[in-house]
Ligand binder design. Structure first.
Ligand SMILES: Nc1nc2c(ncn2[C@@H]2O[C@H](COP(=O)(O)OP(=O)(O)O)[C@@H](O)[C@H]2O)c(=O)[nH]1
Ligand SMILES: [Mg+2]
Length: 382
């Protein structure tokens, strides 16, 4: 008799668990065009260290705070801003040795020019900008305006800063009616750091007091939406996601509508760097761009994310993205791991786009506005 009771209890447990699982699956939605799901943002402070962002399972858990906050101001967490100088050791290493070689000579010789040319090219400044910089300096040396190596390096440093100073780098946010959210789209190839950057930008914008909704337009893998969900939770942002393989434009449109209805200030829209179906990625992004501008939202930034470690190779892709999505600025990620920081010059000169933000690490606070003076001084520091 007791055995029968045990069997009955076991059957009841199995039944209960199945019902739970099925209802969870339904909530995620198997269909291509299932309604997007809005997940409310987590209240409370924003942690400064990366949780296991790539792990899809983490999304349901509360964010892990592995390190204490850098500082707090009435409950709002303040990140310590990383310094270019501390994070750009690889790019600095390429140049520092050359510069000390140049300084060690008593005058400006043929080797001086060779050294400088090689260093600038190795840092991926690009042939055109390198030639322009050095030709300008040669003329000033010929006219005796510049007489010694120290003055030559100082002039090079000033010219490099001067070349980067003209662009408008502030992120555009246009306040409007409460139901007209600003929309910032993030585009770029797979793995460059789009989702991570959205997480960092979301945290910064929350600190500025803006409400934020993240739209998971990368529907290539469910894990991509879960990764964004983790960042949403950590930054106290809302999340709208669709189903795996779903229509990215529809998810982003739903996100904007949801933000409009709930008077959220800013939508950060993630996009895919690759697609499930045969639709061309560029066509899809063109559609995303068009659809994002259709409703109440106003697209005030289209940020092209470029991985600094890919150097000049990233430029060809960048051109393609720029043509279809009307890019307004560049986020240059992984500058901390790159010896090719000079890519900034190629982006600004050859693509004609301002570098607005720079990624200096993987943590939530490791994104800073691009500051040309600080950047160049970091390259020249010993
Ligand atoms: N070192 C470093 N890693 C970064 C930076 N930005 C992103 N990453 C890493 O790059 C990888 C890909 O990022 P992800 O956001 O998933 O790229 P996505 O495919 O463009 O969305 C992750 O491991 C990130 O932690 C950065 O500024 N510095
Ligand atoms: Mg991504």
């Amino acid at each position: 008799m007791p055995t029968i009771y045990l069997v009955l209890i076991a059957v009841a447990i199995v039944f209960g668990v199945s019902v739970l699982l099925i209802s969870r699956k339904r909530a995620v939605g198997p269909a291509d065009r299932s309604p997007a799901i809005t997940v409310p943002g987590a209240p409370g402070p924003i942690p400064t260290t990366p949780a296991a962002v790539a792990e899809p399972a983490v999304v349901a858990e509360p964010a892990v705070v592995a390190e204490p906050a850098a500082g707090t101001d009435e409950g709002i967490e303040i990140f310590e801003r990383p310094r270019f100088r501390d994070r750009m050791s690889k790019s600095r290493a390429v140049l520092a040795g050359v510069f000390s070689g140049v300084r060690s000579r008593s005058g400006i010789t043929a080797e001086t020019w060779d050294d400088l040319e090689e260093a600038l090219l190795r840092a991926d400044v690009g042939v055109r900008v390198t030639d322009e910089l050095l030709n300008g300096l040669r003329a000033r040396v010929a006219s005796k305006e510049i007489a010694d190596p120290e003055a030559l390096l100082a002039a090079l440093q000033a010219d490099m800063i001067g070349r980067l100073s003209a662009n408008e780098r502030a992120l555009r946010f246009e306040p409007g009616e409460p139901d007209e959210p600003n929309v910032w789209l993030f585009v770029g190839v797979n793995g460059v750091g789009k989702t991570t950057t959205i997480g960092k930008v979301g945290a910064q914008q929350r600190q500025l007091g803006r409400s934020v909704l993240m739209a998971a337009g990368d529907t290539f893998r469910a894990a991509a939406a879960e990764q964004l969900g983790t960042w949403a939770q950590r930054s106290g942002s809302e999340l709208v996601r669709g189903s795996e393989g779903g229509d990215p434009s529809a998810v982003i449109f739903d996100g904007i509508e949801s933000a409009s209805a709930r008077h959220i200030d800013l939508v950060l829209a993630d996009t895919a760097g690759r697609l499930h179906n045969k639709t061309n990625l560029m066509e899809e992004l063109r559609k995303v761009r068009r659809v994002a501008a259709k409703g109440r939202g106003r697209v005030t930034e289209v940020l092209l994310v470029i991985d600094a470690t890919t150097g000049q190779n990233g430029l060809a892709q960048a051109r393609q993205f720029g043509e279809v999505t009307e890019v307004t600025g560049v986020v240059l990620t992984k500058l901390d791991g790159s010896a090719k920081g000079g890519i900034v010059f190629a982006i600004e000169t050859e693509l004609g786009l301002p570098v607005k933000l720079v990624g200096l690490g993987e943590s939530i606070g490791d994104l800073v506005e691009f500051d040309p003076t600080e950047f160049i001084e970091a390259l020249f520091s010993e």
